[in-house]
Design a protein around this ligand. Sequence first.
Ligand code: FAD
Length: 310
Amino acid sequence: PFEVLVVGGGPAGAAAAIYTARKGIRTGVVAERFGGQVLDTMAIENFVSVPYTEGPKLAAHLEQHVREYEVDLMNLQKAAKLIPAKVPGGLHEVVLENGASLKSRTVILSTGARWRQMNVPGEDQYKNKGVAYCPHCDGPLFKGKRVAVIGGGNSGVEAAIDLAGIVAHVTLIEYDSELRADAVLQRKLVTLPNVRIVTSALTTQVHGDGEKVTGLSYKDRNSDAHHDVDLEGIFVQIGLVPNTEWLHGAVGLTPRGEIEVDHRGETSQPGIFAAGDATTVPYKQIVIAMGEGSKAGLSAFDYMIRTEPA
Ligand code: FAD
């Protein structure tokens, strides 16, 4: 069996594996796609101390760093089930989709999350070419330009407030007849002169010139009228979904599916830790995922040295 089994190979999982391997404990990593969301990213300008890098390059560095150590890296393997140990100090079991079963004294869950997409024509084609999902990451790329934010929940309204300070103009598009964000955010939003709020609107298409985004179309759900908006950027903020469907019943999750962790990264099950975008820790960012992964790795080591094997 492993001493630490990391499930997920994004920034959080890679950091956790590096930290535990450096303690000399037997570490395995199972990843559906090593690199995680970083593989879908182009420009990265907020990876602190690296002013500019690109997703595929950072993912390659993550793998190179993990491979410096004796880590058993099982890429292209999906975990399907987690069976926590029955007794304190017992072995946890992770069952893979291919039927194989892995046992480990500690487990670190770092399966990340995925942005919910609009699923309209043009969205995929112009991803990273004007269609963006992370205002903290890509907001400054649209300095002085016109953008839309899709979604009037907390994340959409926060994004609109944030972007209004950077870009020339923000159009906020909400499907419902009213915004769903907290009242304090809505009060702030309506004071901003360069924000236009459109409700009861269904985004129907992303337009581009072949290279980058040039606009979008939406349908007014009351009148069925179609409208076009000229702009350079679209921030889709209709939900970040944690990849935790396979963990129901195994560890404590919030109603939104985020893994509940304490300040040391431990879940509701002793010896099972979690880190990164899959957890309740706010602000889904690479440096944060790496910090949390390192923390979970150290917590797993601490658990190992304090807990008698059953
Ligand atoms: P992820 O990166 O999501 O990795 C999850 C890992 O778990 C993957 O290896 C995945 O294959 C694996 N996995 C999932 N389910 C299973 C399973 N059942 N079994 C086995 N493995 C599984 N952040 C920034 O800081 N700066 C940026 O500029 C930036 N730009 C971004 C641009 C885009 C387009 C996107 C989508 C995100 C961006 N982010 C950026 C956010 C950043 O990528 C994430 O915060 C970060 O990758 C989270 O790391 P993670 O390790 O928690 O999860």
